[in-house]
Write a protein that binds this ligand. Structure first.
Ligand code: NAD
Length: 368
């Protein structure tokens, strides 16, 4: 990706900053996509295999997500190249170096993402004063600890019941990626009588047609265990998780996991996108042709950023949860109603709604 202007369009991105700090070895990229609605909020992702292109796409996803949720914030994203399981002090050094490097980018507010957490956001705030998803001790609403995004996914699925033959009670769910989003989605859905029949993390996958004990699996993970060594169900090849029979399949790990190649293997009625950009356009087309309802990422997984925005504007946890419920319920209803009226896929409809909101916000900006 040499010429970044090849990637610009009517919405952005406004800034792309590549960062190298020879003292700490920090290598990172920040993309501020669009700030018409307000300063951008977006996560800091840490992984060894992140890329500039991934950062661009994730920043745009944040613009759309924040617009869809009606937040007074634009979209941005940052990626930090490194192994997230490196020793804690090394990781803190890199995150602090990142926060220092972006201290003058006033229109970017850092949030947690894969490989970073509340404690890292406290470090960012300590250095540059602008982060969300903070620990309770410093006035934050720890969005991963309370499961804001998982809660939002469960609300999205509740709302989808009105527009499909999905009934959550007794239905079978598969979750790919049993981290913050996956665990809390499973927890909230289990509270509604759903069976978790398939699950994976980066170390392996397991199935249990009668359903896993979600609380026990969460405790196992939080004690440092992996899905593969949990003592219930049976191990499967992670690439076969895509084909496990279920009613709802939730991607909650990496981008691009549902592809043109594996979409025909899916054996579900609904895909509720917890991860950002988990499916290619071609894959979603195949799913639509097969009658599989897709609730797009930037509609279904907005719980975390809604929580972050409530925190940023000094709201409390109760307000965050009720705002997530109200916004996601009404957005899913708006998208699925228009999709039913027009026959367009939910993503097409949601993109049109979100882009229109961004363009209306842009119309309020000074042009000269
Ligand atoms: P996390 O780091 O807490 O968990 C990610 C999980 O995915 C881990 O269990 C990891 O082992 C697993 N994983 C990684 N690669 C995998 C693979 N190839 N196959 C199966 N499992 C794999 O991250 P998270 O916060 O839960 O975020 C998960 C996804 O949801 C990301 O795409 C993130 O951008 C998106 N998201 C997160 C939030 C949030 O509030 N945390 C909000 C919106 C979207």
């Amino acid at each position: 990706m040499e010429n970044i202007f090849l990637y610009t369009d009517d919405l952005g991105p406004e800034k792309v900053i590549e960062i190298y700090d020879p003292t700490t070895g920090l290598k990172a990229i920040l993309v501020v996509d669009n700030v018409a609605a307000g300063p951008s909020i977006g996560g800091l992702r840490m992984a060894e295999d992140v890329s500039k292109e991934e950062c661009f796409r994730l920043a745009r996803a944040m613009t759309l997500k924040n617009a869809m949720a009606g937040l007074p914030h634009g979209g941005g994203k940052s990626v930090l190249f490194g192994d997230p399981s490196m020793p804690a002090e090394d990781k803190e050094r890199l995150v602090r170096a990142f926060a220092y490097a972006v201290k003058d980018v006033a229109d970017y507010i850092t949030g947690p993402d894969m490989g970073t957490n509340e404690a890292m956001m406290a470090c960012v705030r300590d250095v540059n004063g602008r982060s969300v998803g903070l620990p309770r001790e410093i006035g934050g609403i720890p969005l991963d600890e309370i499961g804001a995004t998982g809660f939002g996914l469960s609300i999205a699925l509740q709302a989808a019941q009105e527009f499909s033959d999905l009934r959550l009670t007794g239905c079978a769910v598969v979750v790919q990626g049993f981290g913050s989003v996956g665990q809390h989605a499973a927890r909230y859905l289990a509270g509604q009588g759903v069976r978790l029949v398939g699950v994976s993390d980066s170390h392996g996958a397991r199935i249990a047609p009668d359903g896993f004990d979600v609380a026990a699996l969460m405790a196992h993970k939080q004690a440092g265990g992996n899905v593969a060594d949990f003592d219930a169900g049976k191990t499967i090849d992670p690439t076969d998780l895509i084909a496990v029979e279920c009613d709802v399949w939730i991607p909650a790990a990496r981008p691009d996991v549902i592809t043109e190649k594996n979409a025909p293997r899916m054996n579900t009625r609904v895909v509720a996108q917890g991860a950002n950009i988990p499916a290619s356009a071609a894959a979603e087309k195949i799913l639509a042709e097969r009658g599989i309802l897709v609730i797009p990422d930037f509609v279904a997984n907005a719980g975390g950023v809604i929580c972050a925005a409530v925190e940023y504007h000094q709201g409390n946890e109760t307000q965050a949860m009720s705002t997530i419920e109200e916004k996601i319920r009404s957005n899913v209803a708006a998208v699925l109603t228009r999709a039913a009226d027009t026959g367009d896929p939910p993503r097409t409809v949601a993109l049109a709604i979100a882009r229109e909101r961004v363009r209306r916000a842009m119309a309020f900006r000074r042009t000269g």
